[in-house]
Design a binder for this molecule. Structure first.
Ligand code: UGA
Length: 428
């Protein structure tokens, strides 16, 4: 610990709040996590993380044992001083705008209980322009406001916390100095700017990453026409340091709790300000189109899908998470079911319950794949990627079609085993 430590209170024990709290406690800070959901609170107090995030549960246990981390209902919190971190959800609404209900509730609570000199740090993703208004309001209660966007990825959030590319802090110089103490043990450049710029950095980062993915997905489609291999193309362009190799994996598109919501919200922000963000709109459209690819491919390879068994593998939006928000499988399964296919699902991590998007979830990969005429890989979980596909294909029926929506299998191996392989931008 460095210098005079501020105590930290975090509102919201979701992915961002919980990981931030666990990591800050691990770094020696005194952290109180406030959560309104009694079920989550109960689970946390028993030492069980309500979300699956590699490494988080150990850090929570360590923080609790050391007396540096505790979980309370906001009503139990008392006066709010030090650094108050807001990490509640900002889900999408039908217009695409972010729903700020939970943020407003927390801000009202802070206004009524804050000790003068408290700093309010916003980690929830709020529309650019929101922070300036909140800062104005909170200043009336003696609080300083800082925008501190989060760049953690689900599934590797704890790693990302300690190995981030940058820390972004938007606000007044005095408040920013106190915020820097939170990250004193992290070796990363700190970018300081005004509040609205910090908010834009968050949206622009996610929009740019989504753009990279949609871009490579467009290139993949053209590769399919031309007979080029998108993996090689991505590797080749990625070697140019100006482009960078990351987020160039072609497939059935991005999902999750962030890219879909944040791209829609940024598009909404543009629209409400009278600006048409053409490029972003195209990025979103391309992503929606990627979801249809496996269904079209199955129809063109197998003809009518009526009564044909199809196994959809990997039901979360990406590997190593239990999060199914905007998971590609959630959209692809209903499309296949609408074609009359007999769809079953499988996910390496149990998601609770045996029903997903209206179809049966099989307990094992073997059971899901057995007798299927086609499998669609929707998430590249290691268990799926590294399975014995020679053996699996032997249990399939008909054309034994493997639609690899994440380009994670070796096409040659599938074909040698008697399967029909289709990837995204990987023509034979
Ligand atoms: C994303 C950002 O990567 C984080 O920096 C950010 O903090 C977070 O959103 C957020 O705003 O909270 P996350 O959604 O957890 O993180 O997951 P990613 O690893 O970015 O993957 C997002 C989606 O893109 C997944 O569906 C993944 O399968 C897909 N993807 C990713 C591709 O299709 N191709 C790629 O090359 C990379």
């Amino acid at each position: 610990m460095h210098g005079m430590a501020d105590k930290i209170t975090i509102f919201g024990a979701g992915y961002v709040g919980l990981v931030s709290g666990a990591c800050l406690a691990h770094s020696g800070h005194d952290v109180t996590l406030l959560e309104t959901d009694e079920g989550k609170l109960d689970s946390l107090r028993r030492g069980v993380s309500p979300i699956f995030e590699p490494g988080a549960e150990d850090l929570i246990a360590e923080g609790v044992a050391a007396g540096r981390l505790r979980f309370l209902h906001p009503d139990e919190a008392g006066p709010l001083g030090g650094i108050l971190v807001i990490a509640v959800g900002t889900p999408t609404t039908t217009t695409g705008a972010a729903d700020l209900t939970a943020v407003r509730t927390v801000v009202d609570r802070i206004a009524s209980a804050a000790e003068p000199g408290a700093i309010v740090a916003m980690k929830s993703t709020v529309p650019a322009g929101t922070g300036v208004r909140l800062a104005e309001k909170l200043r009336g209660y003696g609080c300083e406001y800082v925008s501190n966007p989060e760049f953690l990825r689900e599934g590797s959030a704890v790693q990302d916390w300690y190995h981030t590319d940058r820390i972004v802090l938007g606000g007044t110089p005095v408040a920013l100095e106190r915020m820097k103490a939170l990250y004193a043990d992290i070796d990363a450049p700190v970018l300081t700017c005004d509040i609205t710029s910090a908010e834009m950095i968050k949206y622009a980062s996610n929009a740019f990453l989504a753009t990279k993915i949609s871009f490579i997905n467009e290139i993949a489609s053209i590769c399919d026409f031309l007979g080029a291999q998108v993996d090689d193309v991505a590797a080749g362009i990625g070697m140019d340091a100006r482009i960078g190799k990351d987020f160039l994996r072609a497939g059935i598109g991005w999902g999750g709790s962030c890219f879909p919501k944040d791209t829609r919200a940024l598009d909404f922000i543009a629209t409400i300000n009278g600006y048409d963000f053409h490029l972003l709109r195209a990025v979103i459209e391309v992503n929606a189109r990627q979801r249809v690819l496996p269904v079209r491919a199955l129809k063109s390879e197998l003809g009518e899908l009526e009564g044909k068994r199809v196994a959809v593998l990997g039901l979360t939006f990406k590997p190593e998470t239990d999060d199914t928000r905007e998971a590609p499988a959630l959209e692809i399964i209903p499309l296949l079911a609408a074609e009359g296919a007999e769809v079953v699902g499988y996910n390496p991590m149990t998601l609770g319950g045996d029903d997903y998007a209206g179809v049966r979830v099989c307990p094992t990969l073997d059971e899901a794949v057995a007798c299927a005429e086609a499998v669609v890989i929707t998430t590249e979980w290691p268990e799926i990627r590294d399975a014995d596909w020679t053996a699996l294909i032997a249990t399939m029926a008909g054309r034994r079609l493997v639609y690899d929506g994440r380009n994670c299998l070796d096409p040659g191996r599938v074909r040698d085993a008697g399967g029909t392989y289709l990837g995204v931008g990987r023509p034979q």
